[in-house]
Design a protein. Structure first.
Length: 201
């Protein structure tokens, strides 16, 4: 489990001396958003000012809430561009960003600016897309973050530890109801058994 850095470790919980960046990444169904919400809720309990953002394109569940699969949710602001976050953070202590893989590359500069101005920045997102390739700004964010947590799912085919998001063939699906019918968490073996990177067009 992630333990927030204390002042004795050079962190700044409550001390306002320095900000930092945390990245929570992993495949679909790995509990990224749950972990983001857990960290944010603890900051809220400590009376820290928390702001949460998500890309406006992610409207799978609800327009204004960061919602995880267990329906444990927390209010968030949908924004079009990463730059918008800078205008909306104000005097917040903690900035949470969900589904960060869908943001433009500006999110890297935005996160750096926020952390440099003394804020704790917690970013959650997919580290790989459905082709097993690094996803959007997440790899660069992992590079500049102080803390990186890779969470893992359980392979829905064999039960091993899963790091990949396998997209089930759309043609096999009669109805695409939700992400549970569209994606499966897969281990490396089961992912590449059914996905050939050379098939890319
Ligand atoms: Zn497997």
């Amino acid at each position: 489990m992630f333990i927030e850095p204390g002042i004795d470790q050079g962190g700044a919980m409550g001390a306002k001396s320095s900000g930092w960046i945390e990245v929570i990444c992993g495949s679909m169904f790995s509990g990224k958003t749950e972990e983001l919400i857990r960290r944010l809720n603890r900051a809220v309990i400590a009376n820290q000012k928390v702001e949460i953002f998500k890309p406006a394109i992610d409207t799978r569940y609800h327009d204004t809430n960061v919602v995880s699969h267990n329906e444990n949710s927390i209010r968030s602001t949908p924004v079009q561009f990463a730059d918008d976050i800078l205008l909306l953070t104000g005097n917040s202590d903690v900035v949470g960003i969900d589904e960060a893989q869908f943001f433009d590359k500006e999110l890297v500069a935005v996160s750096r600016k926020l952390a440099n101005s003394g804020k704790r920045v917690i970013i959650a997102g997919l580290d790989m897309d459905f082709e097993g390739e690094p996803f959007g700004p997440i790899p660069a964010l992992m590079g500049i973050a102080e803390y990186v947590t890779k969470v893992r799912a359980i392979c829905m085919k064999c039960g091993s530890v899963a790091s990949f998001s396998y997209r089930l063939s759309a043609t096999k699906d009669k109805v695409m109801l939700g992400e549970k019918n569209v994606y499966e968490a897969r281990c490396r073996k089961c992912f590449y058994e059914d996905f050939d990177p050379k098939e890319k067009l």
